[in-house]
Design a protein around this ligand. Structure first.
Ligand SMILES: Nc1ncnc2c1ncn2[C@@H]1O[C@H](COP(=O)(O)OP(=O)(O)OP(=O)(O)O)[C@@H](O)[C@H]1O
Ligand SMILES: [Mg+2]
Length: 238
């Protein structure tokens, strides 16, 4: 198995065409090793979510090479990408994206409908969901609806849901962006635990303190990765 979970070379992403074209990513390079915990920082509009969506196979790059967990996904069509995503990626968003009418447990079970769990009985799926909810400290909230949970608890349900396929890569786009300090710390504690158990995690954050908790920070500026030194150069030059 490759030592890298993410290998990106000269990735570009352009939204729209002609006069209204937005060059969200411009020849971006990034490599993430298996088992790494990486924070991504950068100003609003610098391309962080665009990058995360492509890393998570929710969207396609315009050009460039992307190898995910040893598999070249650059040329894949949407169906193929969806299949890779279901097998390899767990995605956590700033907004928890839970279905309001479903209990915590049913929300976690949802991805199992189309995810290689077809042979599992309802009972087995339900047990697995409960197990994951216990893992994120919500063993006593299985039957609560999202509206009956705090923001931090809802995000923990979303994390449990993201873990259902035992992903090789956990992606989190500002997972603590809507949370107070205490709930944020709880979410970070879960990520730390998953990391210690061997997960590869890439997390976008606006908060320096959160980024410092990761092993490494990647800075994105104008659609590419900049090293802290080159940012310094820019400041000195301008
Ligand atoms: N679907 C889209 N269509 C057109 N332009 C888009 C689309 N999504 C993003 N963009 C543009 O691409 C650029 C990068 O956006 P992106 O959402 O990746 O930034 P970001 O770094 O995540 O910002 P933030 O910190 O505010 O979340 C922005 O200029 C944005 O306006
Ligand atoms: Mg964003």
């Amino acid at each position: 198995m490759s030592e890298f979970v993410i290998e990106i070379h000269r990735m570009t992403k352009t939204y729209g065409e002609g006069d209204i074209a937005v060059h969200a990513l411009t020849e971006l390079d990034l490599q993430v090793e298996r088992g790494e915990f990486v924070a991504i920082m950068g100003p609003s509009g610098s391309g962080k979510s665009t990058l995360m969506n492509i890393i998570g196979c929710l969207d396609r790059a315009t050009s460039g090479l992307y190898i995910l967990d040893g598999e070249d996904v650059s040329q894949m069509n949407r169906d193929q990408l969806a299949s890779v995503r279901n097998r390899k990626v767990g995605f956590v968003f700033q907004s928890y994206n839970l279905l309001p009418r479903l209990s915590a447990r049913k929300n976690v079970m949802l991805p199992m409908m189309y995810n290689g769990f077809q042979n599992w009985s309802e009972e087995k799926r339900s047990d697995r969901a409960a197990e994951l909810l216990e893992l994120v400290g919500l063993g006593d909230r299985l039957h609560h609806l999202p509206t009956e949970l705090s923001g931090g608890q809802q995000q923990r349900v979303a994390i449990a849901r993201a873990l259902i396929n035992d992903p090789s890569l956990i992606l989190a786009d500002e997972p603590t962006g809507n949370l107070d300090t205490r709930s944020s710390a709880e979410i970070m504690a879960i990520f730390h635990r998953l990391h210690q158990q061997g997960a590869t995690i890439v997390m976008v954050t606006h908060e320096h303190d959160r980024a410092l908790e990761a092993q490494r920070t990647v800075n994105v500026l104008d659609g590419r990765v900049v090293s802290p030194e080159s940012e310094m150069d820019r400041l000195v030059v301008s």
